[in-house]
Design a protein around this ligand. Structure first.
Ligand SMILES: O=C([O-])CC(=O)C(=O)O
Ligand SMILES: [Mg+2]
Length: 221
């Protein structure tokens, strides 16, 4: 495995995190959700970043923290209403990301028709690997993602199964909000999401490209 780059300058800038939900049919099925007609979007704040080695934090108000294994796309330039054909020119590279989710809180938000902010946007809810420059990734729709918890394989996915492609997602989001250089897009999780507990050790990667480690700790605010 070639050595990944050190923590990217992109994350030192603390940029926006835009997440796509239900982008894999097998995950939509396991959540008993309908398939989306357009990408489902939500946001995480820059304080959600947990770089490789930093802990993921279990929020005090949740009893069910889930891992979601996702490919992250890092923007290399500003993107505003970018056509799909030009969207890949805006990509600087990729990262392995975890969209940590307070599943019990999300279920309650869904029941009440409320936004998912409490379930998705808490401190350290987005562990990220080192940055992988795009020239090391010939085709981002042919990547294998994996996640182990305490050494046990818990989640695997192949980015070829995404419902909406990366250029479609960039074009779609950029028609709603201007994306800036350094922004990160999480492209959704495949099936196999599940709970983690305090002190669990997560290890996740993009096969052949990068891996990262992250321990689950209880948030002390
Ligand atoms: O919480 C969910 O089920 C939606 C989501 O983030 C995903 O599909 O990656
Ligand atoms: Mg997700």
């Amino acid at each position: 495995m070639a050595a990944p780059q050190p923590l990217s300058r992109f994350w030192e800038w603390g940029k926006n995190i835009v997440c796509v939900g239900r982008n894999y049919a097998d995950h939509a099925r396991e959540m008993r959700s309908a398939l989306p007609r357009e990408p489902l979007l939500f946001l995480k704040p820059s304080s959600a970043y947990a770089p490789d080695g930093a802990p993921a934090l279990l929020p005090a108000y949740s009893r069910e923290l889930h891992h979601e294994l996702e490919l992250g796309v890092v923007l290399g330039r500003r993107a505003r209403a970018v056509p799909e054909a030009a969207a890949m020119d805006c990509v600087a590279g990729y990262a392995l990301c975890l969209d940590m989710t307070a599943r019990d809180v999300q279920a309650e938000c869904k029941r009440q028709g409320l936004p998912w902010t409490l379930a998705k946007a808490f401190t350290a809810s987005c562990p990220v690997s080192a940055f992988v420059p795009r020239d090391r990734v010939p085709d981002p729709h042919r990547l294998k993602l994996w996640l182990r918890v305490n050494g046990e394989l818990r989640q695997e996915g192949d980015t070829s199964a995404m419902i909406f492609s990366i250029p479609y997602i960039i074009s779609y989001i950029s028609g709603i909000m201007t994306l800036e250089e350094g922004d990160l897009i999480l492209t959704g999780t495949p099936k196999g999401v599940g709970p983690v507990q305090e002190n669990d050790e997560m290890e996740a990667g993009i096969k052949g490209l990068v891996s990262m480690r992250c321990r689950v700790e209880r948030a002390r605010l």
